[in-house]
Design a protein around this ligand. Structure first.
Ligand SMILES: [Zn+2]
Length: 268
């Protein structure tokens, strides 16, 4: 069922944009609102400018656009030369946005010294704007990855997996980034089950995360088309889900989870 998508690869525009935090590094920003041009595209991470003198980069990159042309951005903090890469996705189901607060807390925190941490605060900005689980095509992104993909649900239903794997720009953006980064750890935040998934992923890290946050750990259903299932199949046990409580996170809770992420980051 796995199906690579050249269109998806092309959509991962590792284009340096305005770094949102002070002290950022990176090339000059294009004009505000500018669309990336072919000349501004790079072949990816291996060709980005090195920051050998500054192991603690903090920079923001435009990865691509949602169905409704909202920006999907990643923030990279830490040592860009480290192979200990990790990815945090604050939100993939649009009506489960609490993890965005963890992502932004991490993005504003100290860069890890021995890891390269990538943060996508919001992979589904159309869903967040509309308050819907799915993206603007009505596709549940976490059923659209090429992991045992099945044509689940009719269009408009909560389980609609889309017409084919990686049919959506949002999932193509995530899949292409993951294939390029090959992160040793990826965490996806969901709501509202209040549990750390006891998954086929990195179980020691799941246990540690649960200990640090006080969240219970138990197995969640392994759905076809899920992002974590796809990554675990591609890269080995590296991805898992944290289900946060319903509602928005308090700043203290966001800091607690951000600290847990910092604790479990790979190092090297
Ligand atoms: Zn969810």
């Amino acid at each position: 069922m796995r199906r690579d998508c050249a269109q998806g690869l092309a959509s991962v525009l590792v284009v340096m944009l305005a770094a949102s935090a002070a002290g950022c590094t990176g090339p000059p920003r294009p004009p505000a609102g500018a669309r990336p041009t072919p000349a501004s595209r790079t072949a990816g991470i291996t060709q980005r400018p090195r920051a050998a003198a500054d192991p603690g980069v903090r920079r923001s990159m435009l990865l691509g656009y949602s169905v409704r042309h909202r920006r999907i951005v990643a923030i990279e903090i830490g040592d860009p030369d480290s192979l200990a890469r990790a990815l945090i996705v604050g939100c993939i189901d649009g009506n489960e946005p609490a993890g965005i607060a963890i992502a932004t807390t991490l993005a504003g925190g100290p860069p890890p010294a021995e890891a390269d941490l990538w943060i996508i605060p919001d992979l589904n900005p159309d869903g967040v704007a509309a308050g819907t689980l799915a993206n603007s095509h009505g596709v549940r992104l976490n059923r659209n990855f090429p992991y045992q993909w099945q044509p689940l649900g009719p269009p408009g239903s909560a389980s609609y997996a889309g017409p084919r794997p990686l049919s959506e720009p949002e999932t193509r953006i995530a899949a292409a980034l993951i294939k390029r980064l090959r992160p040793r750890l990826t965490i996806y935040y969901h709501q509202p089950l209040t549990v750390v998934d006891d998954s086929q992923g990195p179980q020691a890290i799941e246990r540690r995360y649960a200990e640090l946050t006080g969240l219970p750990r138990r197995p969640l259903t392994d759905y076809p088309g899920s992002a974590a299932g796809w990554q675990d199949t591609l890269l080995g046990p590296t991805a898992f889900v944290v289900e946060l409580p319903a509602g928005s996170l308090s700043p203290a809770s966001a800091r607690r989870d951000a600290a847990a992420v910092a604790d479990v980051l790979p190092r090297g």
